[in-house]
Design a protein around this ligand. Sequence first.
Ligand code: FE2
Length: 179
Amino acid sequence: MSSATTRNIKDANQKAATKLYPTRNDIPEGEREKVVAVMNARLAELIDLALVIKQAHWNLKGPQFIAVHEMLDGFRSGIDAHVDEVAERLVQLGGTALGTVQLVSQNTSLASYPADIHRIEDHLKALADHYAGVGATVRKSIDEVEGYGDADSSDLLTGVSRTLDSNLWFIEAHMQEGA
Ligand SMILES: [Fe+2]
């Protein structure tokens, strides 16, 4: 791809990130704009998380393989449903969902997931770190969007947060010994 084409795509993406479509939704435009930015940031992290769950699902090796392998497929389905909810909510507010792999890579706040690990405990630890990262930003955003007058996005993110906490519990329970 020529550098001019790359630049044009970058400019178009920049516009897409900030442009707001008109809507009859009565949340004021300025507030909708802030909620869209928050939701796109959470969208990038949730897509990142969805991808690394499969990275772990495929590459795990060890005695608990089948239990963890199957557990992660359930986690992926749950996160995919939330990805869809978050993306569609921000489009309802007039925004554009930024879900391409290039934009997700630019916008995610999470550290890169290691591709050179295979032991189950290493994947569980890396996944727990990833979940904790998304969990913290989602929890913060629950109050943030409420402050912008969007109780619906706040409620939606509360549901996401519940799933993240529950998945993290399952992961951590695999790494802990009962007393
Ligand atoms: Fe599979």
